[in-house]
Design a protein around this ligand. Structure first.
Ligand code: EPZ
Length: 425
């Protein structure tokens, strides 16, 4: 297994190109199931999760051609997807268990072909993560749902019909699955208490470019008027706001100054607010966002659905706050077990005490390198953020977690002066 070795204490200075958003690209690829014409997706990141989704879609019968694109130092991929017919309605356990986002084929398969057999995702490192909201929503649109040997058997032989879907709490994936189900349903659907994340808006924009009639994306009530069928489109994937926030926190942790090329400020309102209150300077530039810091103070953070502070940046922010002057209370309200990074950060000298869903972080300027273990995608990168600030050498093991969500991480950081090396093992 590969590991990453970092000699910390170097200020990050320079610029980092921000890739297309993983969490927008994954549902957008599933939207390719909805049409027999060609959906072209541009600015796709080069990530393991995108490859996993590609493998899943191809076995369903999605025809997918890829070409590399890029320019000004960025490598991106363009996919052309179309689904002339269904080869298999089965999303098998061995693929779904690798990546929870695989369940996003459920809505499109039922909407277009009236049938889907999708493995339940099972738990993962950050929690149980059921899909009950996805299933109840599909039933509200007329699908018949059965659970059978760990699989969801969904059917709508006469197609789906519009209706109201009220989510008891916000779910990004359930909102996306139901969006893709409703676009071909007969009549009007309202998604109430819908997720407002930029990735949901990006999906709605793409579906509308394909001929759907969606209004209200980005608010908590989304209205969809079903249509007979969708045509092809060309859609660029939005920039990855989580990658943007991650590198902003890495720059601040080293008290450096980095321009995040292609970053979109309005995708991170709460993060920018917290960073500025912690002492980080954030300014819009022609090409993106410039982040610099020379003194960091503690701030309290509570994760919430968009536009609140994103749970996917909680671990990275905790690593930054571990280097601050003063204390910070970090509260995780979205997932029940998203503090796997705490014991590992503690090995680097961080002073963190857990109290249920909250962590009290007392900042120190004396983080020191050690061997640490990555556990899940965002926890892994928080160890990298802390290691960049720590004195001495840190070894981050099991970096395959990183490859799921961060493209060429060591290359991008090394280009800004980090002493970082990937060692194949
Ligand atoms: C998406 O996951 C993201 N993944 C996650 O990013 C992100 O952390 C999460 O949204 C919250 O913002 C992708 O977009 C591919 P949810 P999703 O449904 O859709 C519970 C990363 O690091 N829930 O909004 O699975 C669930 O267990 C990943 O890139 C139910 O109980 O998240 C969780 O506690 C990690 N029943 C909470 O709701 C359901 O039917 C929010 O989950 C659905 C969800």
């Amino acid at each position: 297994m590969d590991k990453i070795v970092i000699k910390g204490g170097k200020r990050l200075e320079g610029s980092i190109p921000i890739a297309g958003a993983k969490n927008a690209a994954l549902p957008l690829m599933c939207a390719g199931i909805l049409t027999d014409e060609v959906l072209t997706l541009e600015n796709l990141p080069l990530l393991a999760d995108i490859d996993t989704m590609q493998n899943l879609l191809v076995q369903h019968g999605v025809e997918l051609t890829m070409r590399h694109a890029g320019g000004n130092g960025r490598r991106t991929r363009t996919f052309a997807l179309s689904t002339p017919d269904l080869a298999s309605s089965l999303a098998p356990y061995d693929l779904v268990r690798k990546m929870r986002a695989s369940v996003l084929v459920l809505g499109p398969l039922v909407a277009r072909f009236g049938v889907a057999r999708v493995s339940l995702p099972g738990g993962c490192a950050i929690g149980a993560r059921p899909i009950d909201l996805h299933l109840k929503g599909l039933e509200a649109l007329g699908a018949e749902i059965e659970l059978d040997k760990g699989y969801v058997q969904a059917s709508a032989p006469n197609g789906l019909r519009g209706g109201d879907v009220v989510f008891p709490f916000v779910s990004v994936g359930a909102t996306e699955n139901l969006l893709m189900a409703a676009v071909l349903a007969r009549g009007e659907t309202r998604l109430i208490n819908a997720a407002r994340e930029p990735e949901v808006v990006d999906l709605a924009n793409c579906l509308n470019a394909m001929g759907a009639h969606i209004e209200g994306a980005g608010t908590d009530v989304i209205t969809i008027k079903g249509v007979e069928g969708l045509h092809g489109a060309v859609h660029p994937v939005i920039a990855d706001r989580i990658e943007t926030g991650t590198y902003a926190m890495a720059a601040a942790a080293t008290r450096g100054s980095v321009e995040l090329q292609g970053a979109e400020l309005d995708a991170l309102p709460s993060v920018i607010d917290h960073l500025m209150r912690a002492g980080v300077e954030v300014e819009a530039t022609d090409g993106g966002v410039k982040v610099s810091a020379d003194r960091i103070v503690g701030v309290d953070v509570m994760t919430e659905p968009f536009p609140g502070f994103p749970t996917d940046l909680q671990a990275q922010m905790m690593a930054l706050l571990a280097t601050a002057e003063g204390a910070s209370m970090v509260t995780e309200t979205i997932f029940e077990n998203r503090f796997m990074h705490v014991p590992e950060l503690t090995r680097l000298g961080a002073n963190i005490n857990l109290h249920g869903r909250s962590a009290m972080v007392r900042g120190t300027q004396d983080l020191t390198g050690a061997a640490v273990m990555a556990t899940d995608l965002r926890a892994s990168v928080s160890l990298v953020v802390a290691a960049l600030a720590a004195q001495g050498q840190t070894e981050v093991n099991r970096v395959y977690h990183l490859d799921r969500g961060y493209e060429r991480l060591e290359e991008k950081l090394a280009a800004c002066g980090a002493d970082i090396e990937r060692i194949s093992g």
